[in-house]
Each structure stands twice: as C-alpha cells, then as structure tokens.
Design a protein around this ligand. Structure first.
Ligand SMILES: [Zn+2]
Length: 293
C-alpha cells in the first residue's frame, strides 16, 4: 500500500491502522475496511463492485434523491459474492490475485458509481464514498507503476437482459488506450474480453464484431469513465452488467469460473506479462516473463 493511501486510511479509519500495518508485514494487504473490502493484487487487473452491498452505514440516512435524474437505490444483488469468488478463481487459474475493491454498504446510502454531487447527501456518507474511490485510485496507480498498464473491470447487475452480459465502455472511449495499442479486435473481436466471454458460454451484448452501439442504459458509469483511459493514462476500464440469472447464488461458482477463464484468456493476449512477486514492485519486468500457468 502506498504511504499516501495509508495516511488517508489512517485519517478515515484510525482504529484500523495497526491491523492494516500488521497485514502488510505479513506480505499482503487484505483487510475489511469499514463497509469496503479491499485487496491488493499481484496482477494488472482490478475488480470493482460498487453496488452489491447490503449493509447500512451507521448514522447515515437513506438518500432522498431529490432532483437527481435516473436516481437508483436498489442493490445489484449478489455481485459482491460473485466478485469475491471471481478473485479466488483468477488466483486458482494464475497463482496470483487481482486487486479487489468491493462495497459492503448499500447503494441507498452511497452510490459509488456516481460523481460526488450525485452520490451521497451527508458528510458522513462522503467518508465512505471517498474511501471507495481512494482504494480504486490507489489500485490504479499501483497497477500503472508495477505493470505499465492494466484493466479495471467494474461489475454490476441488470434485469433487462436476464441471461446476458452487457458491455459498457462508453462505446470504446474507456478502453481508448487498449484500442490505440492493439486495434479494434481487442475491443470487439473474438479475442476481446467479450469475445472470450462468449467463448466461455455467455450470451453477450453487443454481439462480437458488430458496430452496434452499446445498450443506452448501460454504456459505462462514473467508475469506468474515471478509471479507464477516456481522459488519458494506460489503464483501461470495462463495465460488465450481468443479467439476473447469471448472478443467482446457485450459479455463482460456475459463473465465476467461466468469467475467470475469459478474463485470463484476454489478459494473456492484451495485458502486460506478469512475473515473480512483490520484489518486482517498481522495477521493469524482464521481456521473457509470462502469464503464470
Ligand atoms: Zn450497478
């Protein structure tokens, strides 16, 4: 964890500082911060799940949403468990973990996928919002420093296409760096993330190799716009909107396995090589390094 983030977390959650430090010494930061699960990774992949939480934030009233367009308070049910499971499956497939930021707080108190003015309504709620974004920003800069580039996968749920996964990239803008480096195939072809999802049995929208625009309700929200390459940088971001049937608890393990296979296949083609361990932090990786396993 970067020193600056440790300082920020200390300011936000003074009681937890010693626990986080102790964990660092053990070699991995994986701590349940209040209402946010944050895990430092060893891969250029960041999993974010801002809408799956079900817990209340003590001392914070539900948002009223007055005068907010497209005000939503419902949770993206089961996306928190699915994202945790997905991180475990990626580790099984590669021997290494992705970075993880998962909201445990309910969306009716804070919507982490909105800009600040539309996300919360009290100073206390702001602390939770800021902690979520500090964790994402820290993960993004960590990936940029260690690997040079990487991918944020922002995981959501929808009930419009119940058996499908809908892509949200602002029609390619949040993966501008990826497309510039590897061409359109990497974004919409058979070897793109959505091509790999289809290969692993998922129904996807829009279909492969099409110039059909993304579904107008799910083109990618604040997180993909902020942490992708839309405004520069070398980290891209893709929003996955999972249909309700894909999120059901009885399907979690199977679907986490299929999602992991698709993500790892994409990573081997388009994400930087990975090698070794934390000793490599800040050093450039040798050219012969590969994706593990
Ligand atoms: Zn959502």
């Amino acid at each position: 964890m970067a020193r600056s983030t440790a300082a920020l977390l200390l300011a936000l959650f003074p009681g937890l500082f010693l626990l986080v430090e102790a964990d660092n010494q053990a070699g991995r930061t994986k701590k349940e911060l209040p209402l946010i699960a944050v895990g430092e990774g060893d891969l250029p992949i960041i999993l974010s799940a801002p809408h799956g939480g079900r817990q209340r934030i003590p001392g914070v009233a539900p948002r009223s949403g007055e005068e907010i367009r497209r005000f939503v308070t419902r949770t993206d049910l089961w996306t928190d468990e699915l994202t945790e499971k997905l991180a475990d499956e990626i580790e099984k497939n590669t021997g290494k973990r992705p970075y993880v930021v998962i909201a445990k707080f309910h969306r009716k108190y804070v919507d982490a996928n909105r800009p600040p003015a539309l996300a919360y309504e009290s100073p206390k709620a702001k602390l939770t919002y800021d902690a979520y974004h500090a964790a994402l920003a820290n993960a993004r800069s960590g990936v940029e420093k260690r690997f040079g580039r990487g991918l944020v996968i922002d995981i959501h749920g929808q009930a419009t296409l119940q058996d499908a996964i809908i892509r949200g990239t602002q029609n390619g803008k949040t993966v501008k760096h990826l497309i510039r480096k590897f061409g359109k195939e990497s974004h919409q072809g058979k070897t793109s993330l959505f091509g790999r999802l289809q290969e692993n049995g998922f129904e996807i929208n829009p279909v492969i190799d099409s110039i059909t625009p993304e579904h107008p309700n799910f083109t990618g929200g604040y997180i993909t716009r902020t942490y992708g390459s839309m405004n520069g940088g070398t980290v891209d971001a893709i929003q996955l909107e999972l249909g309700r049937n894909l999120r059901r608890p009885e399907n979690t393990t199977k679907n986490a396995q299929r999602l992991s296979k698709a993500i790892v296949a994409f990573a081997k083609d388009y994400l930087p090589p990975v090698q070794g361990n934390k000793e490599n932090q800040g050093r450039s990786l040798p050219p012969h390094s590969h994706w593990p396993k």
